[in-house]
Design a protein around this ligand. Structure first.
Ligand code: HEC
Length: 136
């Protein structure tokens, strides 16, 4: 074989190896939840992550921060159904485990705190106004 040919062959093989290792099924960053801890809350937020205080926060922190930061939650807004789809997607492609009894608690928390914002057009008309006379 000519040197150029074998050189090209070598390059082709190296490229194939490189591509192959990239498409290997990715190992999940974590395979189990973090230990359940009591979140430190200040001004309605978890001090460590900025996640909203509320029912389910500790469970969400334990399951949802094992692989990535809470920023992925903070920057997203979905309905309960939408959050459920994300969880299923992570389970099918990213190695997220079965959430068991925690799943409804997590979904309730996400839907309560990170739902799409309602359209806020004009404010509601004022009601029950107590008028008063201006003293000149
Ligand atoms: C086993 C690891 C793992 C766990 C545990 C995990 N995720 Fe993820 N999640 C991922 C990976 C990987 C991505 C993709 C990150 C990227 O795109 O950089 C992701 C992405 C996301 C995204 C962004 C999705 C998008 O469309 O951009 C959201 C939101 C999210 N995760 C929420 C959660 C919530 C809520 C939980 C807890 C129920 C959770 N994750 C637990 C692995 C995990």
């Amino acid at each position: 074989m000519k040197p150029l040919k074998s050189f090209l062959l070598l390059i082709a093989i190296l490229v194939l190896i490189a591509c192959n290792s990239n498409t290997d099924t990715k190992e999940p960053v974590a395979t189990e939840p973090l230990p359940l801890e009591e979140a430190k809350v200040q001004d309605g937020k978890d001090v460590a992550t900025g996640l909203a205080a509320g029912e389910g926060l500790n469970i969400v922190k334990s399951h949802c921060l094992a692989c990535h930061s809470g920023a992925l939650i903070l920057q997203n807004r979905f309905t309960r159904e939408g959050w459920h789809k994300k969880i299923v997607w992570m389970q099918e492609t990213q190695g997220l485990w079965d959430l068991g009894d925690s799943e409804p608690v997590i979904l309730d928390y996400l839907a309560a705190n990170y739902a799409p914002e309602e359209f806020r057009g004009r404010r509601k008309p004022l009601a029950d106004i107590e008028w008063y006379e201006l003293d000149q």
